[in-house]
Ligand binder design. Structure first.
Ligand SMILES: NC(=O)c1ccc[n+]([C@@H]2O[C@H](COP(=O)([O-])OP(=O)(O)OC[C@H]3O[C@@H](n4cnc5c(N)ncnc54)[C@H](OP(=O)(O)O)[C@@H]3O)[C@@H](O)[C@H]2O)c1
Length: 470
């Protein structure tokens, strides 16, 4: 067929080929579109790595580039722990089932870890760190993000922080710092990689040292990308200090740190967050977005194209010999970064300041939760209230359940003492005896005055012991 066309053009002239007019008219346009699409599709990763049996924790694995990366890793045989807002959501249950079926990999699990709530992150991390022996971990992919469209008012997380800063920065900071022991405990020969998604919008961010976390500043509804960019810049600076702290940790076996954390910019993609951002979260905006779809189709990557730099960050052997904190884009390591990336002091201060603000927010939220619990309890009918209190008492006394607070620990300790025949104590009472009390001490305990006079009983018992010693 191509030979026929070429011979017709040569012997009978171009007009003898059917459709040549159309080809001459539209050919350049089609070729230009194809060239642009190819160019904006970005680079393709060429590295592979055996992922079989490797364990990855992922945030943002339910949508966009994260959904493709979950599919990619699962189809290569990796075990995945997907951190999602809620595990009770039927959509999530179906999503995990679907992923398992498509990849024939049943080692895909969803765990609740809502980045909107510091408490939820702590619950997940505590559960993960509670595993004995420590669980295998080959990497963490931080892909979740919140990008608020233009024109919307300030939105906040459960802890009351602006949502983009809260989810993108504080959420990932909290998760990674809590998981640090789990990363450090991995065998020295394990090549552990943490990839954190960043964005070109960080270049627009301006660090306001008086209000880094946008706590007091007026929220810029007309330019929310400033806050989004700031959240990504803070995240980028955090990775530099985090890597340094990982390197500083001295392992019991004195082996060097095998964990590397890198930043990855996937480029602009046609994902739900971009759609929401461009359509400004409105129906009219969505219609305009759909009408302009050919433009997005040419200039924006799809999730597979966007995932290439992440796969590069996970697979390329070059990272074994490099320190972490690299910025990766188009499957290449960028050498040019914002000046703040060279400022170690700033990164250290930022790290410490963030730890302080998280501690403060967590305390505030814990008080709020307790208040809410009490309020809910008080609003219950008396019968239900008594039932709940009895259940709570039973739980507190159950020695097989881990205590969640010092008060619960005291309650369990008292139950244990009761079962051993040792008298119960209360917070203001006697010191905890290391041995079963002697007869004389038992007598004293029986006659011990109430809570308010506990101090005097303690001193009497101490005096007796001291006397015996002398
Ligand atoms: N799209 C782009 O053009 C672009 C450009 C540069 C960088 N990036 C970065 O690349 C990463 C992936 O972007 P994308 O566009 O693929 O994302 P996306 O499709 O918008 O997905 C965002 C993901 O984050 C999750 N998420 C949001 N809030 C969460 C929360 N509170 N707790 C737990 N998970 C939460 C979402 O879960 P649900 O499914 O529950 O909502 C979803 O899985 C992001 O970090 C983004 O900043 C994107």
């Amino acid at each position: 067929m191509p030979i026929d066309i070429v011979s017709s053009v040569l012997f009978d002239g171009p007009d003898s080929v059917p459709g040549v007019d159309l080809a001459i008219k539209y050919g350049p346009v089609v070729l230009t579109v194809a060239a642009l699409k190819y160019y904006f599709g970005g680079s393709t990763n060429t590295w592979e790595r055996d992922m079989h049996g490797k364990v990855f924790i992922m945030t943002g694995a339910t949508s966009g580039v994260g959904a493709y990366l979950a599919y990619y890793l699962a189809s290569k045989g990796a075990q995945l722990i997907l951190l999602v807002r809620s595990t009770e959501d039927q959509w999530i249950i179906d999503y995990v089932e679907d992923l398992r079926d498509k990849t024939s990999n049943f080692m895909i699990y969803a765990e609740q870890c809502d980045l909107n709530s510091l408490h939820s992150i702590r619950l997940f991390a505590t559960k993960w760190l509670d595993n004995k022996p420590a669980r295998r971990l080959d990497g963490v992919l931080c892909l979740a993000s919140e990008s608020i469209p233009r024109g919307k008012s300030r939105q906040v997380t459960t802890d009351g922080v602006e949502k983009q800063i809260g989810v993108n920065y504080l959420g990932h900071y909290h998760l990674l710092t809590l998981l640090q022991p789990s990363l450090q405990v991995q065998p020295p020969d394990r090549d552990v990689r943490v990839a954190v998604a960043t964005c070109a919008l960080q270049a627009l961010a301006k660090l306001d040292h008086d209000d880094l976390f946008w706590l007091n500043k007026r929220y810029p509804s007309n330019a929310p990308w400033k806050v989004y960019g700031q959240s990504k810049l803070l995240l980028g600076l955090f990775t530099q200090e985090y890597q340094r702290r990982l390197n500083q940790y001295e392992r019991p076996d004195k082996a060097p740190c095998g964990v590397r954390i890198n930043l990855v910019n996937p480029g602009i993609m046609r994902t739900p967050s971009t759609r929401r951002f461009l359509s400004m979260g409105s129906i009219v905006g969505l219609v305009i977005y759909l009408l302009l779809f050919p433009i997005w189709w040419i200039f924006f990557k799809n999730s597979i194209q966007g995932s290439q730099s992440f796969i590069f960050a996970l697979c390329a052997p070059v990272f074994i010999n490099l320190d972490g904190g690299q910025l990766i884009q188009e499957c290449k390591i960028l050498s040019k970064k914002r000046s703040e990336y060279q400022d170690e002091e700033l990164q250290k201060d930022l790290f410490d300041e963030t730890a302080k603000i998280i501690e403060k927010l967590e305390k505030q939220s814990a008080i709020e939760r307790k208040k809410q619990e009490l309020e809910n309890l008080n609003n219950l009918p008396l019968k239900e209230k008594l039932k709940r209190q009895a259940q709570e008492e039973k739980k507190r006394a159950n020695l097989h359940e881990k205590p969640e607070s010092p008060e619960e620990l005291d309650a369990k300790f008292n139950t244990l003492k009761k079962s051993l025949g040792i008298p119960e104590s209360n917070p203001n009472d006697l010191e905890i005896p290391s041995f079963a009390p002697t007869k004389l001490e038992e007598e004293l305990l029986k006659t011990a005055p109430s809570k308010t006079t506990g101090q005097s009983t303690k001193s009497t018992s101490q005096k007796k012991r001291n006397k015996r010693k002398t």
